[in-house]
Design a protein around this ligand. Structure first.
Ligand code: DCP
Ligand code: MG
Ligand code: MN
Length: 330
């Protein structure tokens, strides 16, 4: 989920990598998502800092960098490493978990189970597919391809293709690619598409399987090669734009027209940006999620969704400074 929005060069990259390594350890080994988020938040903030950070004190001034993390940065700056980092790198279990969680669909909990069963590497896994779900087997099958970044130009072509195919089927379909692509990244980890249909809104329940109709078309033309999961509003799978190009992870969602702006705001991210904006919304007496923005009453009950007619309007209502997608890394 890295956000490679290659803008100005990050002069504190070593510090960011140091923090991310500690953060991943908290997530994968201790399964402490709060600590993981704290490290990521600090790293995202430092990545945006235009000048070289030279002291603990300087780090402490930055948004999202607390006392403990800045102390660690201080030690890292003085010694080029940190005892905790050395510890982590020595841990066999941690290294195995780190390797196994590179397979799409294998999270830290599953990796832990596999470790306990004696699996030590990706190669071990290939001989023990019986321990994996169908999801994870697909992750293993495309292991090398899924680690490759997707160039922006390829996503642009995939976007055009999906748009053309869905519009041909029914001109009421609309498509927008969100995620890191919409944030302007030169390369992306996966493809995140949002689909709407002019006749589909949240107040008119429907039996029509709008998403499935498009997926079937995309399977027919061999753009979509595998399905990880498919529900009424959410598809996760694999696509290949052209023979000999890598297989790519693709997520497609169907959203009701009236939830369009909250949908694209959420799906554009980054995830850290979303967390920060949601926290801000709560402070302003609103609850914001991928579907709607709703005022919260004094006793904590969310009211009716506000009718939204642009992405910027959500920022305005919350009195949150508007950020273009390319500025939404945190
Ligand atoms: N998202 C979120 N919280 C999560 C996961 C996702 O808010 N825990 C939202 C914000 C993300 C968007 O969904 O930007 C798409 O998720 P991805 O995992 O595809 O992340 P990105 O597209 O931002 O990065 P990448 O280039 O790694 O795909
Ligand atoms: Mg993405
Ligand atoms: Mn995604």
């Amino acid at each position: 989920m890295s956000s490679e929005s290659s803008k100005t060069e990050n002069v504190n990259k070593d510090i960011c990598n140091f923090l991310l390594e500690l953060g991943n350890y908290e997530r994968d080994y201790n399964r402490d998502i709060h600590r993981y988020n704290a490290y990521r938040k600090a790293a995202a903030s430092i990545a945006k800092h235009p000048t070289r950070i030279s002291s603990e004190k300087e780090a402490r001034q930055l948004y999202g960098v607390g006392v403990k993390i800045s102390q660690k940065i201080g030690i890292f700056l003085r010694t080029g490493t940190h005892p905790q980092l050395e510890e982590i790198r020595k841990s066999d279990k941690n290294n195995v978990i780190k390797e196994l969680t590179r397979v799409f669909g294998i999270g830290p909990a599953k990796a832990d189970i596999l470790y306990k069963k004696g699996i030590r590497s990706i190669d071990d896994l290939k001989d023990h597919k019986d321990l994996l779900t169908s999801h994870q087997i697909i992750g293993l099958k495309y292991f090398d391809d899924f680690e490759k970044r997707i160039p922006r130009s390829e996503i642009k072509q995939i976007e055009a293709k999906i748009r053309k195919i869905s519009k041909k089927r029914d001109n009421n379909y609309n498509l927008i690619i969100c995620g890191s692509y919409r944030r302007g990244a030169e390369t992306c980890g996966d493809i995140d598409g949002l689909l709407t249909h002019n006749k589909f809104t949240s107040n008119k329940p429907t039996d029509k399987n709008y998403l499935n109709i498009v997926i079937q078309e995309l399977v027919k033309i061999n753009l979509i090669t595998d399905t990880l999961s498919l529900g009424f509003s959410k598809f996760m799978g694999v696509c290949q734009f052209r023979k000999n190009l890598p297989y790519r992870r693709i997520d497609l969602r169907l959203i009701p027209k009236d939830q369009y702006y909250c949908g694209i705001l959420y799906f554009t991210g980054s995830d850290i940006f979303n967390q920060n904006m949601r926290a801000h919304a709560l402070e302003k007496g609103y609850t914001l999620n991928e579907y709607s923005l709703r005022p919260v009453s004094k006793n904590g009950v969310p009211g009716k969704p506000v009718r939204i007619s642009s992405e910027k309007q959500i920022f305005d209502i919350l009195n949150y400074p508007y950020k273009k997608p390319s500025e939404r890394d945190n």
